[in-house]
Design a protein around this ligand. Structure first.
Ligand code: TXA
Ligand code: MG
Length: 333
C-alpha cells in the first residue's frame, strides 16, 4: 500500500474528504459510515442537500448489502458493465444514511474502473462521492483540477487523467412484476443500446420508460458543468464575427444566477472568443471535454465557442451533447 493511500485512509477514518480518481471524473469521497464526512462533502462543494450522492463499491456483492431489492436486471447489468461508468438507482436499505440519498427511498451505486479507487474502497469500505467540483461547475478530470477547485484544501489521490471524461450513465431500475422498468436519468458512455443488448442476450424482460418524475431525479438541473466564462454553441457555418455580434446582443439577457449557480457576467462587450474543437471521435471528445473547457477559460479569452457539426449525431454523441447543452450560456444552433 502506498503512502498516499494510507494517508487517504486516515483522513477518511477521521471524518474528512479525499479527492478520488475514477475512470469518468474525479470524485470527492467520504466513508458512508462517517456522517460528518458526508456533511463535509456538501459543505466543500457548496452542494444543496436535496441533491443525492452516489456510493462507490468494489462490486455487486457490496452493492447488494446497501439495497432492499436486487432485481435480475441489476445482476446482469453489473456483471456486464462493472467495473465501469454505469450507476444503478435501486431501492435503498436502512444501512444507507439518508443524508446520502437526500431522503429518497433509492440509492445510486457504481463500481469505478480505476485501480486506486478500488484499492481505497477495499480498505475503507463503500465511499460516497459526487464529482469533485463546486456545485454547478465543470467536473474535474485531473488531480490538479480538484486541487485548484478547492484552493488546495483537499487531499487528492493522483490517478492520472480520466479515461472516459464524462460522468457515468445513471440508470434507474424498477421491478414491475417480472419486468424491469429502466429510466436513463443521465446519459453517459453506457448507452441504451448496449444495455438493451446485454439484457436481451440473457433473456431478462425490460422496457425503457422516458417519463421521469422530477422528484425522483432531483439532481438533473438544466444548467451544470459551467465554465468560468460563457460557453456558446454555434452552428458549423456561423462566422466568428457573426457569433460575437449575436452573443453580445444576447448576453445582457443572462440572469445573475440560474438554479442556485452564480454566473460570471462579462463586464463589457465580449471581444476575445476562443474556439473549442473536440475533434470527430466521440470517445476522445468526451475524454477531453472538461480539461479543454478549463484550459480555454483563461484570460484574455472571454468567451468559448464550439461549432456543432451535423456529424455529431447518434447515441455515442448524446452524453457529450447533453453536457455541452447544460454548460452553455447560449445556443446559436
Ligand atoms: O461518474 C460519476 O458518476 C462520478 C464519479 C465521481 O463516480 N460521480 C458523479 O456524481 O457524477 P455527482 O454527484 O456529480 O452526480 C451524481 C448524480 C446527481 O445528479 C444526483 O442527483 C444523482 O446522481 N443521484 C444520486 N442518487 C440518486 C438517486 N437515489 N435518485 C436519483 N438520482 C440520484
Ligand atoms: Mg457532478
Amino acid at each position: 500500500m502506498t503512502e498516499e493511500i494510507r494517508r487517504a485512509l486516515n483522513l477518511l477514518e477521521q471524518n474528512d474528504v479525499v479527492g478520488l480518481p475514477t475512470e469518468t471524473v474525479y470524485g470527492l469521497a467520504a466513508r458512508i459510515d462517517r456522517h460528518e464526512g458526508l456533511q463535509k462533502i456538501f459543505r466543500t462543494k457548496e452542494r444543496p442537500f436535496f441533491d443525492p450522492l452516489i456510493i462507490h463499491v468494489t462490486g455487486a456483492e457490496q452493492a447488494r448489502d446497501l439495497v432492499r431489492d436486487w432485481p435480475e436486471a441489476a445482476g446482469v447489468l453489473t456483471e456486464a458493465f462493472w467495473p465501469g461508468p454505469l450507476t444503478l438507482i435501486l431501492p435503498k436499505s436502512d444501512r444507507v444514511d439518508p443524508l446520502i440519498t437526500s431522503g429518497l427511498e433509492t440509492v445510486g451505486l457504481r463500481c469505478p474502473d480505476h485501480p486506486i479507487a478500488l484499492e481505497l474502497i477495499r480498505s475503507a469500505g463503500p465511499l460516497a462521492a459526487p464529482s469533485a467540483n463546486r456545485f454547478g461547475r465543470t467536473s474535474p478530470t485531473e488531480a490538479s483540477h480538484v486541487r485548484r477547485e478547492f484552493d488546495e484544501a483537499v487531499f487528492v489521490l493522483d490517478g492520472g487523467p480520466c479515461r472516459v471524461g464524462i460522468e457515468s450513465t445513471i440508470l434507474s431500475v424498477e421491478a414491475e412484476g417480472e419486468n424491469a422498468v429502466l429510466r436513463v436519468l443521465r446519459k453517459g458512455a453506457v448507452t441504451p443500446s448496449r444495455i438493451s443488448a446485454v439484457l436481451a442476450a440473457k433473456g431478462v424482460p425490460f422496457r425503457f420508460e422516458e417519463r421521469t418524475d422530477k422528484r425522483l431525479a432531483p439532481g438533473q438541473m438544466k444548467h451544470h458543468y459551467m465554465p468560468e466564462i460563457p460557453l456558446v454553441l454555434v452552428r458549423e457555418t456561423l462566422s466568428t464575427e457573426d457569433l460575437l455580434t449575436a452573443a453580445n446582443a444576447r448576453l445582457n439577457e443572462l440572469p445573475e444566477e440560474i438554479e442556485g449557480v452564480r454566473l460570471k457576467k462579462p463586464a463589457g462587450l465580449l471581444e476575445h472568443p476562443i474556439e473549442m474543437d473536440l475533434g470527430a471521435d466521440p470517445t476522445l471528445a468526451a475524454r477531453n471535454l472538461y480539461a479543454e473547457m478549463r484550459r480555454l477559460a483563461q484570460p484574455p479569452a472571454d468567451l468559448i465557442f464550439m461549432r456543432i457539426r451535423p456529424s455529431m449525431r447518434g447515441e455515442l454523441w448524446e452524453g457529450l451533447l447533453d453536457r455541452l447543452g447544460k454548460a452553455a450560456s447560449l445556443k446559436l444552433v
